[in-house]
Design a protein around this ligand. Sequence first.
Ligand code: NAG
Ligand code: NAG
Length: 257
Amino acid sequence: MGGSGTAPLAFWGLLLGMLVVFASEGLGMEEPPEHFLYQAKGECHFFNGTQQVRLIDRHFFDRQELFCFDSDRGKVVAVAEMMESDVKRWNQDKVFLRNWMAVVDICRYYYGIYEPFSQARRVQPKVKITPTDKVESSPHNTLLICTVGSFFPAGIEIKWFRNGKEEPKVWSTDLIRNGNWTFHIEVMLETTPERGDVYTCQVEHASFEGPITVQWEPQSDSARSKMWTGIVGIVLGLVFGATGLALYLKNKKGLIS
Ligand SMILES: *[C@@H]1O[C@H](CO)[C@@H](O)[C@H](O)[C@H]1NC(C)=O
Ligand SMILES: *[C@@H]1O[C@H](CO)[C@@H](O)[C@H](O)[C@H]1NC(C)=O
């Protein structure tokens, strides 16, 4: 593939040198100014991978765009009025146009280089639910925040469900760029949780086979006290167990010696 890329690349370089001369002629100057900036920007537009590729090769003298080559039209297009006569002349040269057309292969070449880490890049989001009781409008309400962090590409669909039924009134932060080729977003639901409710945050993203879900259930006071009872029970059990074991070992040692 590298071989097919180098020939048009060489053509491009040659062209650049040629066009600088053309461009300054076109500007009607005796000679180019001492300091000027010549820019060429090759835009590659891909439709469905490399199935259909459009090259728009833009040329600028200082900051003014003078002309571009558009592979869809197969010819050079004058952007600045003063380029019209030059462009007309170039467009009569079929070999010149055919060579420029071959630059489309550079686009295909670069697609192959960039595709693995841009087009094919997938980073799975980390999803978690955080409940907060600090809701100003109503003290009985809870704000459930579904945090979806570190994903790529940007396209994502996030929904809130309460007992299997979608909640339509949710709000969301803007899509945040982490600056390391990942995105971050939070979708919030304000609700009055009741005992036995099940809240679900559902995320659909290109990195998953299908939608994934994370659930949250309000903990009633009795559930909370049961949990503490359990924890205290385990701690007491461990303390007594350890004491018993120590005594047992001590006795055993006493018997042997
Ligand atoms: C995209 O390209 C694939 C083959 O690479 C083809 O099967 C598919 O039909 C194309 N889709 C569209 C929308 O043109
Ligand atoms: C990107 O940045 C975010 C936020 O700083 C961080 O949580 C995440 O782990 C980073 N991901 C990668 C792939 O570097």
